[in-house]
Design a protein around this ligand. Structure first.
Ligand code: FCB
Length: 453
């Protein structure tokens, strides 16, 4: 099977998006950088976690990953070659401040200087995330996100990054997916730091949100030029049936995964039903915290991959619809993205909203040096169309970023799950544009043509 990329470059689809829409690709530090113990970088909780037997499916780690630190210039060329407007990346906190407090590491800061300057020189905007999960291990040793002191450490780190890079950034995201850090990292324990306590996890959520709000205030007081916001992982939740118990379960699941974050950020309060459900596991909240959390954001970022179907008894997630699943076992349901965005627009006063991650892991077939990832291409097309439909119905969408620029370290799944639109050969580190990357490039050309640029 062969896909002609030009045939998939869709002027019709591109025409739905305004000239100031922001198109991008996304990565995160731990998943691509490598150079884990070079040039003064400190240990992160993911460096430590990967060494726990059984923690990572293929027993791999981030020591080398995509070797991005050593291939910065050619990776920047690769990003620019796609024709994107922006590149979403994260800073490894222990690379720039090895112990998470005190001394800064000049070599680490210089790396991100080169990254940002290299993007701007190539006409690509720099969209920086402060925390994509790789907390300095030294802070974990002092309690990590469960300790209130980490809030102050994060604000200090945010200010240091802005001082060094802030004049050249278009966006700063405080945290990527606080739900994952809290629930997968501290309640279920399958992600770093591998803790299993619901009460701890809920305290972690509170400290992440508080540090987000306080960081926004501090960055603005310091004269922030970049837009400031947070990135949440959100999935629309549907009840498995009309039975009252399934409907109630869907409401609770949505409460724990979505409203638990959206209500404090936009309304300054945790949802009462989830608080009641948590009982003694609810977080300790100090006077004034909730107002800080609700500090106005310039943007909201949403990572979306699939939907959730809830039922009162049986497995957590129902997968009986017969729709295709990605290699992660996540159902492909683009309509869910439109539903999600419409619901958010209805229930919250959304600032300009970005899809900061969307994409899929599929079994990539390499033939004659080409990767014919028709599934991924189709996934991107249909989800971009879902965003267009939400915009048509009034949702203030400002941008869309593909996860991911290139195949990388997929956390506890290791290197087996490939999300890239660029293929990475981990033996040679060769990068090969997949058909989806060719399609995306053609699509962006069509969009530029439509806006007359
Ligand atoms: C998200 C993460 C990102 C990547 C994708 C597949 O939860 O933010 O780093 O792993 O899932």
């Amino acid at each position: 099977m062969s896909l002609n990329p030009n045939a998939l470059a869709s002027p019709d689809l591109a025409a739905h998006f305004p000239p100031d829409f922001t198109w991008g690709v996304a990565t995160s530090a731990f998943q691509i950088e490598g150079a884990a113990f070079e040039d003064g970088k400190g240990e992160s909780i993911w460096d430590r976690f990967c060494r726990q037997p059984g923690a990572i499916a293929d027993a791999s780690n981030g020591d080398v990953a995509c070797d991005h630190v050593h291939r910065l210039e050619s990776d920047l060329d690769l990003i620019a070659s796609l024709g994107v407007c922006t590149y979403r990346f994260s800073v490894s906190w222990p690379r720039v401040q090895p112990l998470g407090s005190g001394a800064w590491n000049e070599k680490g800061l210089a790396f991100y200087d080169r990254l940002v300057d290299g993007l701007l020189a190539r006409g690509v905007r720099a969209n920086l995330t402060l925390n994509h999960w790789d907390l300095p291990q030294a802070l974990q040793d002092r309690g990590g996100w469960a300790a209130r002191d980490t809030v102050a450490r994060f604000v200090d780190y945010a200010q240091g990054i802005q001082r060094r890079l802030g004049d050249r950034l278009s966006a700063i995201t405080t945290h990527n997916e606080p739900w994952v850090i809290a629930v997968l990292g501290h309640e279920q324990g399958g992600f770093a730091p591998g803790i299993k306590s619901r009460a701890t996890a809920m305290q972690v959520v509170h400290h992440l949100l508080l540090s987000h709000g306080l960081a926004l205030q501090a960055l603005r007081a310091d004269g922030a030029k970049a837009d400031l916001g947070i990135v949440l992982n959100l999935s629309p939740t549907y009840p498995a049936s009309d039975k009252p118990e399934d409907v109630a379960q869907a409401h609770l699941d949505d409460g724990r995964s979505s409203r638990w974050f959206l209500d404090p950020l936009f309304r300054g309060e945790y949802p009462a039903d989830v608080l009641a459900h948590l009982g003694a596991d609810a977080p300790v909240v100090q006077a004034g915290d909730m107002a800080h959390i609700a500090t106005r954001m310039d943007f909201l970022g949403i990572n979306n991959y699939s939907r959730h179907i809830a039922q009162a008894s049986g497995p957590f997630d129902v997968k009986t619809s017969g729709l295709p699943l990605t290699e992660m076992g996540w159902e492909v349901y683009p309509q869910g993205l439109t539903d999600l965005l419409l619901r958010l627009h209805r229930d919250y006063p959304l600032p300009p909203t970005y899809i900061t991650e969307n994409g899929g892991a599929f079994p990539d077939v390499v033939t004659d040096g080409q990767v014919h990832d028709a599934d991924r291409t189709r996934y991107l097309q249909t989800h971009i169309a879902a965003v267009a439909e939400a915009m048509r119905q009034g949702v203030p969408m400002a941008g869309y970023m593909v996860w991911s620029l290139m195949d990388n370290f997929e956390w506890s799944s290791g290197y087996a799950k490939r999300f890239g639109i660029v293929h990475v050969d981990y033996t040679t580190q060769a990068r090969t544009l997949k058909v989806s990357a060719h399609w995306y490039r053609g699509f962006l050309q069509a969009w530029r043509a439509a806006k007359g640029a």
